[in-house]
Design a protein around this ligand. Structure first.
Ligand SMILES: Nc1ncnc2c1ncn2[C@@H]1O[C@H](COP(=O)(O)OP(=O)(O)OP(=O)(O)O)[C@@H](O)[C@H]1O
Ligand SMILES: [Mg+2]
Length: 506
């Protein structure tokens, strides 16, 4: 007889229903899976056969065919082990019917234990959004799945428990919702540990408040990496929606280890990272570093050392806040909305612009920075110098401002932005289009005059004009000002001076 079980597959972080049908006919025993099954799914035959033999009994009952629908989508996940197992049990007559409005996902061990699968949150979210009442999955994944409201999550340990549960012999209590709302930005590296560097700290505060990209340039050991690593500590904790979105991505990448991602992620890929490692990829696409950094920080340390291809990959996602990866088997879109922080030495020897002697020729300096293209530089809102910290600052015993107190200012600036930008469907000043800037940014007369002067003096382009005003608006929000005055414009212009000095352009 034919037995049908419902499950879910994933394209990127988006789900689709998979119907698993099994049929057992008389004849020489065999076990086939049809319906665009990838390698991982084909291997399910062995795991299902062993799990059945070890936990239930004789598997040699006839010719079993399992069909996976839709047949035009390649399926590549061991998560289908469990529904295949149940469909086979049904085809053997071990089960009379399967629970209604229920989906099953999970990998099997040879002895019949249910094992963790990646993408649990994405599977569960899709099921809940599409009217499914219950998801049955490995017990170790239940906590993660219970983050999604409106769906009953049943965690099962092994196939024996599963069969008893499906036969109605035992009850398994649904997992309780697990979001820990008490999360604060605790335990992250703190700005109180950074002595001095008030200019850089202020720029990072602006970056966190308005979601602006920032480049830090300075000699070795000046504290660039130290500063960048502390940015997440002044970013607002992720809200429930963001926790779900970020954990979904991490879950598909198989990196959650059953935990929720509640802090803004900080990703710092090494400069030897491959373009695929950065953007995501694979025959069934998996998220890369830029998607793992979603709602957090992507930190490119030693910026000029990254390959040109890797850097150019960033251009499109920085604009679109997402990346689409097209492969023969599947095309997937992953979110990639992050604050880009880059750190660079000013030249190969690292000393240009500092008191130490630079041994590089102007041509060598130009070559060193030439990897970083103009369009990418255009996407950096703030570009600041981080000089070596003076001894007087290092020896100063005065306590530095802790991240928690900077975070308070960031939160109130975010609140002001939210109120103003909500009608436009965005949250941050960095997302304002030229139109919104013209409509929403109010400048005093003297601020306007200063912008005009700066336009001529620095040879600003239309693009850099927008960037200047977006950042200025964030400074106004941090200060609680309704208008952008000339002091704000002067401050914001100071965050661009490093560009002319180090990148040989206006
Ligand atoms: N302002 C500072 N306050 C306290 N410690 C500092 C400061 N700046 C640098 N340090 C110390 O110097 C070390 C090196 O700093 P960091 O690694 O951030 O430098 P960097 O600018 O990233 O250098 P590189 O260009 O070589 O990567 C830090 O681990 C820290 O111990
Ligand atoms: Mg460094």
């Amino acid at each position: 007889m034919t037995f049908t079980v419902k499950s879910v597959g994933l394209k990127g972080i988006d789900g689709y229903f998979v119907t698993v049908e099994a049929d057992c006919l008389k004849g020489i025993p065999s076990f086939d899976i049809v319906g665009m099954a990838g390698q991982a799914v084909k291997e399910a035959t062995r795991r299902v056969r062993s799990a059945y033999s070890n936990a239930v009994g004789d598997f040699q009952k006839g010719r079993i065919t399992v069909n996976l629908a839709p047949a035009d989508t390649e399926k590549e996940a061991s998560a289908l082990d469990l529904p295949i197992f149940i469909a086979v049990c049904g085809a053997f007559g071990l089960l009379e019917n399967v629970l209604q409005d229920t989906v099953f996902i999970g990998e099997l061990s040879l002895s019949g234990e249910l094992r963790e699968v990646g993408g649990v949150l994405a599977y569960t979210a899709f099921a809940a959004e599409n009217g499914i009442k219950r998801i049955v999955l490995p017990k170790c994944c239940a906590k993660e799945a219970s983050l999604i409201p409106g769906i009953e999550v049943i965690g099962i340990t092994d196939v024996k428990e599963l069969i008893s549960y499906l036969k109605g012999e035992i009850t398994v209590l649904p997992q309780e919702s697990s979001l820990d709302n008490a999360y604060e930005n605790e335990g992250l590296p703190d700005f109180a540990e950074v002595r001095g560097h008030y200019f850089a700290k202020r720029a990072l505060e602006i970056a966190a408040a308005g979601g602006h990209n920032i480049a830090l340039i300075g000699p070795p050991g000046s504290g660039k990496s130290m500063l960048a690593k502390r940015l997440p500590s002044i970013m607002p904790p992720l809200d429930r929606e963001e926790v779900v979105e970020v954990t979904k991505i991490w879950s598909v990448a198989g990196r959650t280890q059953g935990k929720l991602i509640q802090a803004p992620p900080f990703r710092s890929p090494h400069h030897t990272v491959s373009p695929v490692g950065l953007s995501g990829g694979g025959s069934i696409p998996r998220p890369g570093e830029i998607s793992l950094a979603h709602h957090g920080v992507l930190f490119l340390d030693e910026w000029p050392e990254f390959s040109k291809t890797s850097l150019e990959i960033l251009r499109q996602p920085i604009e679109d806040k997402q990346i689409t990866i097209s492969r023969a088997a599947q095309s997937s879109t992953f979110p990639a909305d992050f604050i880009l922080v880059t750190a660079a030495n000013p030249c190969k020897c690292g000393n240009f612009g500092s008191e130490r002697k630079c041994s590089c020729s102007p041509r060598e300096r130009k070559m060193y920075m030439s990897h970083i293209s103009g369009p990418l530089l255009d996407r950096m809102d703030l570009m600041i110098e981080v000089p070596p910290v003076p001894l007087s600052d290092l020896e100063n015993k005065m306590a530095e401002e802790p991240s928690s107190s900077i975070l308070k200012r960031v939160l109130s600036a975010r609140e002001r932005q939210k109120e103003r930008l909500a009608p436009y469907g965005i949250k941050l000043n960095s997302q304002m289009t030229h139109d919104m800037i013209t409509r929403l940014c109010v400048l005093t007369d003297s601020a306007k005059a200063l912008v005009t002067k700066a336009f001529d003096f620095y040879g600003l382009t239309a693009r850099s004009y927008d960037r200047l005003l977006r950042t200025a608006q964030t400074v106004a929000d941090l200060e609680g000002k309704d208008e952008i005055d000339e002091l704000i414009i002067a401050e914001v212009i100071s965050y661009r001076t490093a560009e002319k000095k180090y990148f040989f352009r206006g």
